[in-house]
Ligand binder design. Structure first.
Ligand SMILES: NC(=O)c1ccc[n+]([C@@H]2O[C@H](COP(=O)([O-])OP(=O)(O)OC[C@H]3O[C@@H](n4cnc5c(N)ncnc54)[C@H](O)[C@@H]3O)[C@@H](O)[C@H]2O)c1
Length: 255
């Protein structure tokens, strides 16, 4: 992909119906990408596509449950049918972990967090990479977290899943470099999305305040501040960048 040649390029965004995914769908579309917003909440994905259209961008929507390998296969197949190509993918769908100590997780709770946050990324990669290989290249960004780089009291399943995403990103990047496919991860800190501040968020104000005490910039991020990093990683400007994990965390992991 050469610089300045975004027009006509196609990107999938999972978790595209909300938060960081929606902001990234809008950010990619503003740069000229045609975006497929994919989410388990199809109405939310459709709303993202509508917002992209309202901003004079190109987008379509589809339903995907990333825990189901067959859904991820269909997501890639439908993207190719609709738009003819796949140049970038943001594997971002995720759920919060349970605020439980390791021994208090039930096996089902543990499995759920791993299924969505880690196996979901694996399922996406399994189908995106062959499509990009056939095309001669592409760029993939996986959403990890600062919890993929450090521990958190009462966050073992989420930490394990997100550390897994960082490792999976490195291994897949090594495998795909010769195919012209770059694979990186983004590690957000505390972002103002429904996961963090919505009605069902697991973070209390007290917990968030405690997290932000470690930050150099003491506020939550706007989802667009993560999206900007992802849009750059997908672009030809990041042509020498692969296998890396980038924090967007106001310096939390610097402390
Ligand atoms: N918000 C933060 O502070 C923060 C920090 C670090 C990492 N993250 C990560 O960023 C990513 C996006 O989170 P967000 O903050 O935008 O949250 P969000 O809740 O706003 O968005 C998550 C989206 O993922 C979708 N989703 C959930 N399960 C799915 C599934 N099985 N298949 C397909 N889609 C599914 C949801 O419907 C939702 O639209 C997640 O991977 C999350 O772990 C968030």
């Amino acid at each position: 992909m050469q610089a300045g040649s975004i027009q006509g390029r196609v990107a999938i965004v999972t978790g595209g119906g909300s938060g960081i995914g929606r902001a990234t769908a809008l950010g990619l579309a503003a740069e000229g990408w045609t975006v497929v917003a994919a989410d388990i909440d199809e109405a939310a994905a459709q709303e993202t596509a509508r917002l992209v259209g309202a901003a004079a961008g190109q987008a379509s929507a589809l339903r995907v449950d990333v825990t189901r390998d067959e859904d991820c296969a269909a997501m890639v197949a439908q993207t190719l049918t609709r738009h003819g190509r796949l140049d970038a993918a943001f594997n971002n769908a995720g759920i919060a972990g349970y605020p439980l100590r390791t021994v208090d997780h039930s096996p089902a709770q543990w499995q759920r967090v791993i299924d969505v946050n880690l196996s979901g990324v694996f399922h996406c990669l399994r189908h995106e990479i062959p499509a990009m290989q056939r095309q001669g290249g592409g760029a993939i960004v996986n959403t990890a977290s600062i919890m993929g780089l450090r521990g958190a009291f009462g966050g073992s399943a989420y930490c394990a899943a997100k550390h897994g995403v960082v490792g999976l990103t490195k291994a897949a990047a090594l495998e795909c470099g010769r195919d012209g496919i770059r694979i990186n991860a983004v590690c957000p800190g505390y972002i103002d999305t429904p996961m963090t501040t919505g009605e069902e968020a697991i973070f209390s104000d007290k917990l968030l305040d405690a997290g932000l005490q470690r930050a150099a910039i003491r506020r939550l991020a706007r989802p667009e501040e993560v999206a900007d990093m992802v849009v750059w990683l997908c672009s030809p400007r990041a042509s020498y960048v692969t296998g890396a994990s980038f924090t967007v965390d106001a310096g939390v992991t610097a402390s």
